[in-house]
Ligand binder design. Sequence first.
Ligand SMILES: NC(=O)c1ccc[n+]([C@@H]2O[C@H](COP(=O)([O-])OP(=O)(O)OC[C@H]3O[C@@H](n4cnc5c(N)ncnc54)[C@H](O)[C@@H]3O)[C@@H](O)[C@H]2O)c1
Length: 280
Amino acid sequence: MKTTQELLRDSYEYAASPFASLLRFDDAAAVVTGGAQGIGRGIAGRLAELGAAVTLVDIDPAVTATAAELAGRHGADVTARVLDVRDSAALAELAGTVLTTGVRRLIWVNAAGIYPSHPLHELTDAEWDRVVGLDLTATFYGSRAAGLAVRAAGLEGVIVNISSVAGFRVGRPPGLAHYASAKHGVQGLTKALAVELGPYGVRAVAVAPGAVVTEGLVARFGDLDLENGTDYFSTRAQDMPIRRPSLPDDVARAVCFLASRAAANITGVILPVDAGHLVL
Ligand SMILES: NC(=O)c1ccc[n+]([C@@H]2O[C@H](COP(=O)([O-])OP(=O)(O)OC[C@H]3O[C@@H](n4cnc5c(N)ncnc54)[C@H](O)[C@@H]3O)[C@@H](O)[C@H]2O)c1
């Protein structure tokens, strides 16, 4: 154990290194699930820009084109894996293979998810299992794969889970029993991971987005119509102190901070990225 004086000296020396260098991921491998589009894609792009070797995971084969585009734009090492995140064995195998020579830390982002809505009388056992199975159980599979691989390799790691404002409160309209339960579970899981993995140098954090303009949400509610302001997103923005919906890059920038060494002393937190919605 270091003395207080030694710890203080280390801290002052650390503070002397440029803050921007703490935000770099040059020695990191990153895995981003749900990376073909939306929030996952946004996060993967920023991590690649900041130097990480990124593996994009998605069930949609379009992930290959997304990886090629990000690699080209950032001149970065971005590869794709077509994989169903409900396959825990495949995730465990992937976690081992990305920890190649030279990698000092693993950033694992669980962003794959679905958000259907069903009132209770239409919420079948199968639909409950489908939503909880993907949004919560597969997040656990990914987190466990990352945590155990990093612990076994003796490296640094950060697990970033994508929760939702529905992980804090359910909101309106009704129909989110399955989704809100899964996202509340993701937040509990994140805290449990922080406790269990912290002693091994692995942090676990989550972000809780509000309404984010993504392909998935647009497919469900239609395009943003800034001119008329009558679309889904503009209506939701009325319930946000910052009167605009979030973009994937709003979430990505928060994730990059939490995953970086700038946040080295932060674990177990759930950060809303919701234009202030939750404070209302
Ligand atoms: N968009 C929002 O407003 C919003 C708000 C809060 C939280 N979230 C959460 O953010 C995450 C991403 O949302 P999004 O809006 O970017 O969604 P999206 O539908 O645009 O993208 C999700 C991606 O996940 C992939 N995916 C789905 N099932 C998969 C599986 N079994 N295995 C691997 N990949 C799979 C899809 O193919 C898709 O590429 C979800 O967990 C969602 O609950 C979104």
